[in-house]
Design a protein around this ligand. Structure first.
Ligand code: AMP
Ligand code: MN
Ligand code: MN
Ligand code: MN
Length: 274
């Protein structure tokens, strides 16, 4: 089994990459990728574990992109994670997100909504702060009845306190990944998009933008969805990947190692730039 989509930075902030590597060894995984959201921070520690394990450790990232107005997550696998240009790009995007978050706090406060920057920052386990964390603080402070209410009235895309920031296109994300020696695959296609979305057409577009494959194995998929994406990969000449999207041991989390068969690995590795 391989698991090419996992996270080491969790909502409780406790688990570390070492724990992930040990758990993968217990499961006798052939390969394990660490793909935290929009950060390379865990990878030094993760890759330092390679001599201590028989599992192939794959340095990765999960980049937040926007495609057709919806969030699309792009996994970068086999990254040269020390690449200076990649590190600079990821850091610059982090700063853009941070400024937009601070601008959103100011807009909310200007409308007398009770929220502070420190509260929002504290809500996030890492320095990656998103509207999910805003929503939780707004509910806790009584400014919204539920997260849905917060998105509807305060922080949704059409709301006055929403501040957009330049999100990555799949073409940019794929270039960042491939220029750092990596392979770019779409994470969990199907999630975040409407039922009946034409993934066959979308993948052709994404392939033209430099995306090389997509997850055909994902714990939330039913057998039909998995079969559909596996077949689509074959039809389009794109690589199939798969992983658990494990986020730690919190209740209800996705189990590590519910990944994909070993035989996907050579095709993915072969897509690395020469
Ligand atoms: P951000 O990247 O900070 O703009 O936050 C995007 C995240 O906010 C998405 O991944 C969703 O988790 C959440 N989000 C944004 N709009 C909505 C919405 N209308 N309903 C539910 N969640 C939303
Ligand atoms: Mn994701
Ligand atoms: Mn993920
Ligand atoms: Mn996730």
């Amino acid at each position: 089994m391989i698991d090419l989509h996992t996270h080491s930075i969790f909502s409780d902030g406790t688990d570390r990459p070492e724990a992930l590597v040990r758990a993968a060894a217990d499961l006798e995984l052939t390969a394990l990728a660490l793909t935290d959201h929009d950060t390379l921070d865990g990878l030094d520690c993760f890759m330092a574990m390679q001599p201590c394990t028989g599992t192939l450790l794959v340095p990765g990232i999960e980049l937040s992109c926007t495609f057709m107005g919806r969030p699309l997550h792009l996994l970068g696998l086999f990254l040269d994670f020390l690449d200076a240009r990649l590190r600079h790009r990821v850091e610059a995007q982090r700063l853009r997100r941070r400024s937009r978050n601070q601008a959103m706090v100011e807009r909310l406060r200007a409308r007398s909504v009770p929220i502070t920057w420190d509260e929002v920052a504290m809500e996030a386990p890492t320095d990656l702060v998103s509207r999910t964390h805003f929503a939780r603080v707004l509910v806790r402070n009584g400014a919204a009845g539920s997260p849905e209410d917060a998105y509807r009235r305060l922080i949704g895309d059409d709301c006055p306190c929403y501040v957009p920031f330049p999100e990555l296109t799949p073409a940019e994300g794929a270039a960042w990944i491939r220029e750092a020696g990596g392979v770019a695959v779409v994470a969990h296609p199907g999630r975040g998009f409407p039922r009946g979305f034409r993934w066959d057409q979308a993948m052709l577009d994404l392939k033209a933008q430099g995306v090389q494959g997509f997850e055909a194995y994902y714990p939330d998929y039913g057998p039909q969805e998995q079969a559909y994406f596996l077949r689509l990969a074959g039809t389009l000449g794109m690589a199939a990947s798969g992983g658990s999207d494990h986020h730690g041991e919190r209740r209800g989390g996705r189990a590590l190692g519910r990944g994909a068969p070993d035989d996907l690995l050579p095709a993915l590795q072969a897509l690395r730039p020469a």
